[in-house]
Design a protein around this ligand. Structure first.
Ligand code: KG4
Ligand code: ZN
Length: 337
């Protein structure tokens, strides 16, 4: 084992095909092939995602090796996303990882996609690195979780959504506004020009540290229906204000629980992770919490949405812990924590 292991990361859990190469904590390459094919369908089409992974994965590896300027013989291990995710998508990445591991005769490492989102903070070119223990709000297209992170191998889920994820709430609201998938980044863009107090949506109430966004979704749906009946141009005219209100309602729900856990646990080291952590409103609201004595950690933009850099980073810790994966392990659409 070299002092700074070189890990190849493979991510294919949803609609991004990504290959990264990590040396120690330093990213040498992080190639992400986005799949534009889903935009017109209003969501990820699993069958199309698997096919696109098949087409993109070999070119992504070729580009990553070239960018990192290394030969496959220099790799110490192959880390891949075992789950959670879309089964067809996961199968492409896991089969490719196994083939590489066998042909190069190096260890195969299984990575949990959501843990990897959190460990993306440990990549060296982030603005800051959290120290343990820290609280992480992990918000993506499929998950919304509050986690106490005590080490790379000790993460406790304190709360999570009981229905839709925050990213799903963004995407579904965007779809109701007629915006293409994924709508989260577009809501973020239009929200910058809008007034967040111009409309009123139900934030959804749930006990403890859990979240719920299904009531919010219904409230947006009924409100838009009512207003469009009165004025068919309502959405076009009000787009910026609607986006600003949608965004601030989702962020209010997230911050309510984030503030609760920080106050009750006394842990003021706070990080965000997952695709929705790319949201500019979330990033600036978290930054403001520094005034309350929080130490906040916001990942580099490219480590927020799905990427293989985070898979390689999580793989690094597994490799150091000698946690080697099995060649006969099947991917897991739902993966235990
Ligand atoms: O982590 P991620 O790339 O994939 C999953 O593991 O789900 O997260 C994707 C989610 C999508 O719902 C997308 O709309 C959302 O992250 N997202 C955003 C922004 N960028 C991505 N949501 C709000 N504002 C953004 N700027
Ligand atoms: Zn993700």
């Amino acid at each position: 084992m070299s002092a700074e292991p070189v890990i190849l990361g493979i991510e294919s859990s949803c609609d991004d095909t990504s290959i990264a190469i990590l040396k120690g904590h330093q990213i040498l390459a992080n190639v992400v092939a986005n799949q534009k094919v889903h935009a017109e369908f209003g969501g990820v089409v699993p069958e199309l995602a698997s096919r696109a992974h098949q087409q993109n994965i070999v070119p992504a590896l070729t580009v990553a090796l070239k960018k990192a300027n290394i030969d496959v013989s220099e790799l110490d291990a192959i880390a891949y996303t075992r789950g959670p995710g879309l089964m067809g998508s996961l199968l492409v990445g896991s089969s490719f990882a196994k083939g590489l591991s066998i042909s190069l005769d190096i260890p195969l490492i299984e990575v949990h996609h959501m843990k990897a989102h959190i460990l993306a903070h440990m990549i060296s070119d982030n603005a800051s690195t959290p120290s343990y223990p820290f609280i992480c709000l992990t918000v993506s297209g499929g998950h919304t979780q509050l986690i106490i992170v005590r080490s790379a191998h000790d993460m406790e889920v304190i709360g999570q959504t009981i229905d839709d994820a925050a990213g799903e709430a963004f995407d579904k609201a965007a779809k109701m506004l007629g915006l293409p998938y994924p709508g989260g980044p577009l809501i973020d863009k239009y929200a910058k020009e809008g007034d967040p107090s111009s409309h009123l949506f139900n934030a959804g109430k749930v006990e403890g540290y859990d979240f719920s966004f299904s009531g919010f979704k219904t409230s947006v749906l009924y409100y838009l229906k009512k207003q469009v009946e009165k004025d068919s141009q309502f959405i076009e005219k009000e787009m910026n204000n609607l986006c600003a209100t949608i965004q601030s309602t989702i962020l209010d729900a997230l911050f309510l629980k984030l503030e609760k856990i920080v106050n009750e646990s006394g842990i003021k080291e706070v990080a965000i992770a997952g695709g929705v952590s790319a949201n500019s409103g979330l990033r600036s609201r978290l930054k403001e919490k520094e005034q309350d004595g929080w130490t906040v950690h916001i990942p580099k933009f490219e480590y927020c949405t799905d990427n293989a850099a985070m898979i390689a980073m999580a793989g690094h810790y597994e490799y150091l812990g000698n946690k080697i994966g099995a060649l006969n392990a099947a991917p897991k659409a739902r993966m235990e924590w």
